[in-house]
Design a protein around this ligand. Structure first.
Ligand SMILES: N[C@@H](CCC(=O)N[C@@H](CS)C(=O)NCC(=O)O)C(=O)O
Length: 320
């Protein structure tokens, strides 16, 4: 008891002898508490949007591709194909899972590109795969997993380890930040497994994936037939990295030179879904991307269109 009294006395004396410090500590603690209270339930930073409009949280527009992450290009491609009204938030707020991209829809947050697509499919009754048989759906699923979970890691290796620093990121991210990012990416690569292989082995894996993609494409317009389906979103997102944003001697020209049909496919997807591509990139970090938010005029066009058919010209003409 005596001990408690002695401590209380000491603290009280200290507080009276340091009134300014005490006031500062109380003020900072109160401000912190009030801020946490204000953000309660919205720690992720979900922004307000018109009803039924998706907010796509992602990294900024890239020097050569519409996002610094292929998974955001995948998800934005899906939103366009599915004609879902959306707007971008590029303030680099990561998801509850610590990754990009993620979405919010009428205040509800969903993390991960594929899980976001599945969420919107269920919520809005959308099925870009509607013409596919069960076997074709299984094939498309296998290709999507190969692209998102295997080809991706090969590209991560080439961008961050082989090329030293991802060239496109080096244009926009300060060197000291890149240093820490590289350390983290190398740890991820090692934990995932790809980082334990040699360059030759990873190159072989990359080529096997591209051969499989190329065989799946065959002489079709899109991976599963005449119309783009969900798996085209993944494939296009990842191929944009190789076609537009790779600069080392192995991956820089591999698609154009060794897989010309995949190269033409990437260009076809770009022309079909991204008629405004040039406004969505920063042209080697020399200009600001003019198109970030999709206008309400576009949303009206999409809705008037009844979400059926895909008219890239209407899409191009209606964006700001
Ligand atoms: N499975 C996720 C993958 C997303 C992902 O890996 N994003 C990377 C950027 S390419 C990221 O946010 N990395 C940050 C980190 O791991 O801390 C998806 O499909 O959204």
């Amino acid at each position: 008891m005596q001990f408690v009294e002695r401590v209380t006395d000491a603290v009280t004396t200290w507080v009276f002898n340091h009134p300014y410090v005490t006031t500062g500590v109380v003020a900072i603690t109160t401000a912190h508490f009030l801020q946490r209270l204000a953000h309660r339930g919205n720690k992720l930073g979900i922004v307000e949007a018109p009803p039924d409009t998706v907010v796509l949280y992602q990294l900024p527009r890239g020097p050569y591709t519409p996002s610094l992450t292929p998974f955001a290009v995948k998800l934005e491609t899906y939103l366009r194909l599915a004609k879902i009204p959306y707007q971008n938030d590029m303030k680099m707020k990561s998801s509850s899972k610590g990754k990009f991209p993620w979405i919010s829809y009428n205040g509800e947050a969903v993390a991960d590109s594929q899980i976001s697509m599945e969420f919107l499919n269920t919520k809005l009754g959308i099925d870009l795969n509607k013409g596919l048989t069960d076997v074709e759906r299984a094939q498309a699923h296998a290709v999507q997993v190969m692209v998102d979970e295997h080809l991706y890691w090969c590209l991560v290796y080439f961008r961050w380890v082989y090329e030293k620093y991802a060239h496109s990121l080096a244009l926009v991210v300060p060197k000291y930040v890149l240093f820490f990012m590289k350390r983290k990416v190398k740890q991820q690569l090692y934990a995932q497994g790809t980082g334990r292989h040699s360059t030759e082995e990873i190159k072989k894996k990359l080529i096997q994936d591209l051969e499989a993609l190329s065989a799946q494409l065959g002489d079709k317009k899109f991976l599963m037939g005449d119309n783009p389906t969900e798996v085209d979103c993944s494939a296009f997102g990842m191929l944009t990295v190789l076609v537009f944003s790779s600069h080392d001697d192995i991956t820089g020209t591999i698609v154009k030179e060794r897989f010309p049909s995949l190269y033409r496919y990437t260009m076809r997807m770009k022309e079909t879904v991204w008629p405004d591509w040039d406004e969505c990139i920063t042209k080697g970090a020399t200009v600001k991307a003019t198109k970030i938010v999709i206008s309400h005029r576009l949303i009206k066009v999409m809705l008037a269109d009844g979400r059926s058919g895909f008219d890239s010209h209407a899409l191009a003409g209606s964006m700001i």
